[in-house]
Ligand binder design. Structure first.
Ligand code: NAD
Length: 341
């Protein structure tokens, strides 16, 4: 089975490509490398002992996408390609809607033109917005996220719902990720943010390796156990395997038409202070930090109810917090400058 993976050179994409290869899927990666490097795929090929087709291109370029669909007989698409920095999305919202929403529309159009109907979308816990109570369950209504990034994910989920009405053959899965961290256990691939990391773990790891002086913890007066924000952190390889589980689920459910959402998380909220402590314990490194004011739009705490993925996809996040920390550190210390190392 041939799977087109948009954004497959990125963080979650590269780990998923590895899992797909290990599960005997043929993979074509389509990525414009705006936030990644092809080195990630060279390393994936070495780890898997198998090759990956790579096409450099933009999802907004329908002609280039069409060419890919004509050249390779694509059976399914996993759509990671997106801009993902929440703060940046408030500064350049039009670029986010252009890339994430218009780009997804282009991709869906080209799929339809080429008679490809199996689609897995990288959605996010952010689609639950600020209205829903934790833990988040898939039966809840889509919320109103505070950032253009989050809104772009809600919009694509709405588009997928509309697709199921207009296209009776469409088979979509929205995977709502919680907070992926960690790296492949080999330390060969991992998260390689350009510039200042937006996410907690890459920042912590860069402090540990001496690239940044100290960590800023945004707010210690939230109504949580220790005052810092709580998130549902899951290992990126568990998340990668969630995509394989979703693809297998589509393959085993021939009759399925429509779109289904699945939360991919552990079901536990972990605070920022606990993450810092766990990292220090796993690595024997001290992480200097300062407490800064709260960031606009940060919710105090959220985590998944992942029962649906557990029951229907037969998927569960199994790797421990300790392993997430150890694998992050192995990747960061082996590759202090990411893929440039
Ligand atoms: N990392 C997280 O915490 C998280 C959480 C929830 C959802 N997501 C979603 O998961 C997906 C993957 O995230 P990630 O963390 O791996 O990010 P990433 O930036 O590492 O990967 C995204 C990839 O998409 C590519 N890309 C972006 N725009 C493109 C375009 N127009 N055409 C072709 N390629 C393009 C980038 O070059 C990059 O390789 C994204 O859709 C993101 O919104 C991520």
């Amino acid at each position: 089975m041939k799977v087109l993976v948009t954004g497959g050179a990125g963080y979650i994409g590269s780990h998923t490509v590895l899992s797909l290869l290990e599960n005997n899927y043929d993979v074509i990666v389509y990525d414009n490398l705006v936030n990644s490097s092809v080195e990630s795929l060279d390393r994936v090929e070495k780890l898997a002992g198998k090759s990956v087709e790579f096409v450099e291109g933009d999802i907004c370029d329908k002609a280039a996408l069409s060419h890919v669909f004509k050249k390779f007989k694509i059976d399914a698409v996993i759509h990671f390609a997106a801009l993902k920095a929440v703060g940046e999305s408030a500064q350049i919202p039009l670029s986010y809607y252009q890339n994430n929403v218009h780009g997804s529309v282009c991709l869906l159009e080209v799929m339809q033109e080429n008679d490809v109907h199996n689609f897995i979308f990288s959605s996010s816990a952010t689609v639950y917005g600020e209205e829903n109570e934790v833990p988040y369950v898939e039966t809840m209504k889509l919320g109103t996220p505070s950032s253009p990034y989050g809104a772009s994910k809600v919009m694509v989920e709405r588009i997928l719902a509309d697709m199921t009405v207009s296209n009776g053959r469409f088979r979509g899965v929205s995977l709502r990720y919680f907070n992926p961290i960690g790296a492949h256990e080999s330390g060969g691939i991992g998260e390689d943010p350009t510039g200042i990391p937006n996410n907690l773990l890459p920042y912590v790891a860069q402090v540990a390796v001496g690239k940044r002086d100290k960590l800023s913890i945004f707010g210690d007066d939230y109504p949580t156990k220790d005052g810092s924000c709580e998130r549902d952190y899951l290992h990126v390889m568990d998340l990668a395997q969630g995509h394989v589980a979703a693809l297998n689920w589509l393959n085993c459910n021939d009759e399925f038409r429509g779109v289904e959402a699945f939360n991919l998380g552990t079901g536990n909220g972990i605070s920022v202070f606990s993450i810092v402590k766990a990292f220090e314990k796993a690595t024997n490194k001290i992480i200097p930090f300062e407490v800064s004011p709260r960031r606009a739009g940060d919710l105090p705490a959220f985590w998944a109810n992942a029962n649906k993925a557990n029951k229907e996809l037969n998927w569960q996040a199994s790797r421990s917090l300790e392993q997430m920390m150890e694998d992050t550190w192995r990747w960061q210390s082996n590759n202090p400058d990411g893929y440039l190392t």
